[in-house]
Design a protein around this ligand. Structure first.
Ligand code: FES
Length: 105
């Protein structure tokens, strides 16, 4: 399989609406976020001080870091609330039936 292929990472049923699940894709920690049935994949590491975003809270399209409250838009990775200084990465997602696939490169 080439390194730029989509990789199966989880079942859709494992990430209910409003929930976040951490997976690892090619060694990269990724947070899968279900916003009203749509899946988004973002880097799981907060750019402020390394907090695990999958342990935080998802509200609408914003995910909040559990450590100091930085928020990011899961659609773009953009910072919505300090203290995070820079965006988090976002990754393309494919959902095929009950299978979630992510591409990290
Ligand atoms: S580590 Fe995420 S806000 Fe500080």
């Amino acid at each position: 399989m080439s390194s730029d292929a989509f990789v199966e990472v989880a079942k859709l049923s494992e990430v209910p609406p409003g929930e976040v699940k951490c997976v690892e894709v090619s060694g990269i920690p990724v947070a899968l976020c279900n916003v009203n049935g749509e899946i988004f994949a973002v880097g799981n590491v907060c750019t402020h001080d390394g907090g695990e975003l999958s342990g935080g809270w998802l509200e609408d399209h914003g995910i909040e870091c559990p450590r100091h409250g930085a928020r990011f838009d899961v659609r773009t990775g953009k910072v919505l609330c300090l203290p995070a200084p820079v965006p988090i990465p976002t990754y393309p997602v494919q959902v095929e039936g009950d299978v979630i696939k992510v591409k990290v490169s």
